[in-house]
Design a binder for this molecule. Structure first.
Ligand SMILES: *[C@@H]1O[C@H](CO)[C@@H](O)[C@H](O)[C@H]1NC(C)=O
Ligand SMILES: *[C@@H]1O[C@H](CO)[C@@H](O)[C@H](O)[C@H]1NC(C)=O
Ligand SMILES: *[C@@H]1O[C@H](CO)[C@@H](O)[C@H](O)[C@H]1NC(C)=O
Length: 364
């Protein structure tokens, strides 16, 4: 990996975006200039990464020692443009202090990195230097396509039932998204289910207006779902967290409009009282009755609804070549009104090319 050293170019861009008083920029510059490896380069001068830069600037000062070992906190950033994020108060990232004391950030697309230089002071706050660049959280669709392929069945089912835009339009959502295998196991059941029932099932997995990271899901609490407020119940047991009887297997997938937690079973709004059986040493059984011949799971088994994901340039010739593009950073006709946060794929692409090492989180 090539390291380039052009801190002045970086600072010029940051200051034009965010630090209008020249005196602040100069002070920040003098702090950063001492950091030999703090470098970001060509890609940064493109407009498309301005959102990424805003995402690297935190609102409020957070000093790393204040985070308790083993704890996670979330931090709001200056990325408030509603074309990119509809998280109240600014798009956010997660900071976790490991038992060993180092601080790890989590950003979109499961991008993680470690703070390598902590709490550099400048006259308006602190700078944290990280070993990799953060990725602005993207739409559910883009996240399923590009980062979490295990979301394909769930997101495809939202498209198949014309619910995707509704879910992507909700703000501050918490989504409990069943992984592909959960849908594979119940392929016959969903094939036999009528559209309205399937819409109810899918809406039951979404909690609008209440962004809950995994550490905010308290034992024995309940969250009102988009299925008419029918609640989902949280149960914590040792290190496991269950939603009804489904276990969270991948927490805190950051999205443009909230957060998703991947779960291992499909939830049934008709059985809100389902709870995990702790005597089982295996995965909890599905709450739905599997219909048809028992279906296998795995990468070689067809994923229900996956073909309903809209097509992109990379799958031209696929079954939905005419579907409205809702992601991948292209012209976004379905979001023309600006109501839905769009995919920030352009920024992501710029990162891969232009940035290699070193990111800034600066607090005001
Ligand atoms: C800068 O990068 C070089 C090469 O990766 C490394 O050897 C050196 O330790 C780094 N310096 C600092 C201050 O991180
Ligand atoms: C958001 O997107 C709309 C439609 O593309 C555009 O008109 C508007 O200028 C954008 N807003 C910002 C702040 O970029
Ligand atoms: C979680 O809540 C359930 C139901 O109230 C209770 O039985 C259980 O002991 C609680 N578990 C923990 C770890 O507090």
């Amino acid at each position: 990996m090539v390291l380039l050293r052009h801190p002045t170019a970086v600072l010029a861009l940051i200051s034009s975006l965010l630090l209008s008083p020249a005196v602040q920029a100069a002070s920040l510059e003098s702090v950063l200039a001492d950091q030999a490896n703090l470098t970001m380069f060509r890609g940064l001068v493109k407009n498309t990464v301005q959102e990424t830069l805003k995402y690297h600037i935190l609102k409020g000062t957070i000093d790393m020692p204040s985070i308790v070992k083993g704890d996670s906190i979330w931090a709001a950033t200056t990325l408030t443009d509603r074309n990119y994020s509809t998280v109240t108060g600014g798009q956010h990232l997660i900071l976790t202090k490991q038992p060993g004391g180092e601080v790890v950030f989590t950003s979109g697309f499961a991008t993680r990195g470690t703070v390598v230089v902590e709490d550099l002071q400048f006259d308006s706050g602190l700078v944290q230097i990280t070993d990799s660049v953060m990725h602005v959280p993207e739409t559910l669709e883009s996240t399923a396509r590009n980062a979490y392929k295990d979301l394909a069945a769930f997101v495809g089912a939202l498209y198949a039932t014309d619910l995707y835009d509704e879910v992507a339009g909700w703000e501050d959502v918490t989504i409990f998204a069943p992984r592909n295998a959960a849908f594979q196991q119940l392929a016959g059941t969903f094939a036999a289910m009528d559209r309205d029932d399937l819409r109810r099932v899918l809406r039951y997995h979404v909690v609008p207006g209440r962004l809950s990271h995994v550490w905010e899901l308290r034992n024995a609490s309940a969250l009102a779902s988009a299925d008419g407020g029918t609640e989902v119940a949280i149960t914590r047991q040792a290190n496991s967290i269950f939603v009804n009887s489904a276990e969270i297997i991948q927490p805190d997938i950051l999205l443009a409009n909230g957060v998703a937690h991947l779960i291992d079973n499909v939830l049934d709004p008709g059985q809100p009282d389902a709870r995990p059986d702790f005597s089982l040493t295996t995965q909890q059984p599905p709450v739905f009755t599997p219909l048809g011949t028992a279906t296998a799971t795995g990468a070689n088994v067809p994923t229900p609804f996956a073909s309903n994901l809209p097509c992109t340039p990379s799958c031209v010739g696929g079954t939905r070549a005419t579907a409205a593009p809702t992601g991948s950073g292209g012209a976004d006709s379905s979001n023309a009104g600006g109501a839905l946060p769009r995919c920030t794929g352009l920024a992501g692409a710029g990162l891969g090319i232009g940035l290699a090492v070193g990111a800034i989180m600066a607090g005001f």
